[in-house]
Design a protein around this ligand. Structure first.
Ligand code: ATP
Length: 653
């Protein structure tokens, strides 16, 4: 996951960035200035006849005529009596710059101009003639226009520069955008913050050691590894591992994401790669970390005419050359992380580029416990917390999910105004993360509620009575997120699955719909996610795992995803696949219906208990259904896998 980037962190980021907001400031000042200049006002507009009255009454001191308008200034005494200070006419501003008191449009007839002259000649008023100048307003409009142009230009330059190293100018667009950590400014993450992943840590520790004391290895003739690729599902701690390397290795660490190379201009990606390696070589020994490398490292297209990915391919070619090309670099180790190692270009993966692939897998029971311990450190928990139980409750959770559980639990506790986070908060957080937040206010009719109760009870009864279905933990008919009810199971942690196990799981998943059919003789849309899950499982059984007799030991699964447009089988085979899938599903459905018909009383008792209590636990189920016929010794792990109408969990392909 990418980090927050801040400008000052960039190489050369010590230089002060130009703040273009001052342009807005200047425009503001100019506008204010214009207002200020005009603040004296142009005087009240009056008619010629009124002006004539004032002149004849001896009120007027001065007339300024510009060819069409007369600006009239009154004698101070008259002005004070006509515009007393309290009516705003004599504001402080106006005393500084006093405009005319009246403005008169002088009609164009000559008689009027002559009358003006007459008043002047008779010394009734002081008279001046001045051609009006357009210069000042024009000047202002130019200033504003150019000011705006400059502001827009600066803004565009900044955007195009996109925060390239050292100043965000367009000229820096080809510069690498890597964030640099070094001795003085490292991350404060260490290997102690990464729980589990022992194998991965060991390999990375070796790289760190190599950088710290290369002689230990070079004395034996070993070469420094060129690169390591961290591969694994999302949230398993790949970025965290890289951060820990940055924290541990006392060498400059350049961190950036695959998408940082991508820009809308041709050649920028390649240029950024060159610049990145140039900077890293200057500071060698150094580490470069490229997160989500699949953004640039995707396999190059075979079809040249497609041509649309040229820019990305150029970037990749440059990366290949820099990593192990003619002018080989030394002392620069490249770490990269991706969820999709399968789509990466083969040339990138070969030894000499990414020599090592480090797999960050989903955590197992002990690793989950360790991850809980790391994330519980900052949380104030009470004595009821049982970390063992929590880690057994969360199989299939990644490190990121566990971090999220801890945070959600703290939020739950805070919402309830508690001082400490309790065990129940953690259980609620797990439920919430799997199924979404409880929605007790959702309006559900009595009939619907009954259908949901029988549906969930159907899942519970079938899974209780078939051999390989995962044992039940609890059943709930409280709506949560998208689902209206859910049954929670404790699946075993297993690496391989047999045909019988898949068939029993399908039977349990169809138990909900089967119950609706057996009890009400009607089926509903409520089984959508069950059907989706079961259909995927059946197709996987037939076409992926080669577990169907008629299709035989054939798998049409393509791990590189290259056959997306054509099916690798004939029309006949397609028909057989569809027939077999349908047969498998219908057989599981019929089996579920038979089990439920034979146990109708127990099913009804369970549904009624659900309607009464909304949530029932394993113990209640055991009381109603009796001990589980195929009970196995205590499972190593608990898994609350939602079923029924809960959002479908991703099935392994
Ligand atoms: P993605 O492939 O989606 O980028 P990622 O594998 O890089 O995911 P990270 O960003 O490393 O995942 O992990 C996300 C968060 O999960 C981390 O910040 C950390 O809090 C937590 N986490 C994951 N794995 C571990 C672990 N092994 N120990 C402690 N915390 C972990």
């Amino acid at each position: 996951m990418e980090e927050q980037r801040n400008e000052g962190d960039k190489p050369g980021g010590g230089r002060r960035q130009m703040n273009f907001y001052w342009i807005y400031g200047i425009i503001g000042v100019v506008l204010l200035g214009m207002l200020f200049m005009n603040s004296g006002g142009e005087g009240k507009r009056i008619q010629w006849a009124e002006l004539k009255d004032h002149v004849e009454a001896g009120h007027v001191e001065h007339i300024l005529y510009n060819g069409h308008t007369a600006m009239v200034t009154l004698k101070p005494a008259v002005r004070d009596s006509l515009f007393p200070p309290q009516d705003g006419g004599n504001s402080l501003l106006q005393n500084v710059y006093r405009g005319p008191d009246y403005q008169v449009s002088v009609p164009s007839a000559e008689a009027y101009q002559e009358e003006l002259k007459l008043w002047a000649d008779a010394r009734m008023v002081k008279y001046d003639y001045e051609e009006e100048s357009d210069l000042i307003p024009q000047l202002f409009s130019y200033v504003i226009f150019f000011g705006l142009m400059i502001a827009v230009w600066l803004f565009l330059m900044r955007r195009l520069g996109g925060g390239g190293a050292g100043g965000g100018q367009i000229f820096n667009i080809g510069k690498s955008k890597a964030q640099v950590y070094d001795k003085s400014k490292g991350t404060n993450v260490t290997f102690a913050d990464v729980a589990g992943l022992d194998g991965a840590k060991e390999e990375l520790q070796e790289i760190v050691d190599f950088l710290k004391q290369p002689e230990k290895y070079t004395n034996l003739g070993a070469k420094i590894p060129k690169g390591a690729l961290l591969v694994g599902p999302p949230g398993t701690g790949k970025t965290l591992l890289a951060k820990a390397v940055a924290g541990e290795a006392q060498v400059p660490f350049f961190s950036l994401s695959g998408s940082d190379f991508v820009e809308m201009f041709v050649g920028v990606g390649a240029s950024r790669v060159r610049d990145l390696f140039k900077q890293a070589k200057e500071k060698s020994p150094a580490i470069i970390f490229i997160d989500e490398i699949d953004a640039i490292g995707r396999a190059r297209g075979k079809n040249i005419s497609m041509g649309s990915n040229d820019e990305r391919e150029n970037t990749l070619n440059q990366l290949l050359t820099e990593m192990d090309g003619f002018g080989t670099n030394s002392g620069v180790i490249i770490l990269a992380a991706t969820n999709r190692a399968d789509i990466l270009d083969k040339a990138l993966m070969r030894a000499g580029r990414f020599d090592r692939q480090i797999y960050a897998d989903m955590p197992d029971l002990t690793e989950r416990k360790a991850i809980f311990e790391v994330h519980l450190r900052p949380i104030k928990v009470d004595a009821s917390i049982d970390i063992d139980f929590l880690s057994r409750q969360t199989p299939g959770f990644s490190g990121a999910d566990i971090a999220n559980v801890c945070n959600e639990a703290a939020l739950f506790a805070a919402r309830k105004g508690r001082e400490l986070v309790t065990h129940q908060d953690f259980l609620d957080a797990v439920d919430r993360i799997i199924g979404g937040l409880e929605k007790r206010t959702k309006i559900i009719s009595e009939d619907e509620k009954k259908t949901i109760a029988f549906h969930e009870a159907g899942h519970a009864v079938v899974s209780w009575l078939v051999e390989h279905a995962s044992p039940l933990v609890k059943v709930s008919i409280v709506p949560r997120g998208q689902s209206l009810g859910a049954a929670w199971y404790l699946p075993e942690e297993r690496q391989i699955t047999t045909t019988d196990q898949i068939l029993d799981e399908m039977c349990a998943a169809l138990g909900g719909r089967a119950a609706e059919s057996v009890v009400f003789d009607k089926i509903s849309t409520g089984a959508l996610s069950d059907l989706e899950k079961v259909t995927k499982q059946a197709y996987a059984l037939v076409t992926v795992y080669g577990l169907n007799e008629r299709i035989g030991n054939i798998s049409f699964y393509d791990s590189r995803g290259e056959q997306s447009f054509t099916k690798p089988y004939s029309e006949d085979t397609a028909r057989i696949i569809d027939e077999e899938v349908s047969k498998v599903i219908e057989a599981a459905y019929d089996r579920a219906k038979t089990i439920l018909s034979n146990n109708l009383e127990k099913l009804t008792a369970l549904a009624e208990s659900l309607l009464k209590n909304e949530v029932i636990f394993k113990e209640d189920v055991e009381r109603i259904l009796g001990a589980r016929p195929f009970a196995k010794p205590e499972q190593p792990a608990l898994n609350p896998a939602p079923s029924a109408d809960a959002p479908a969990e991703e099935e392994p392909a």
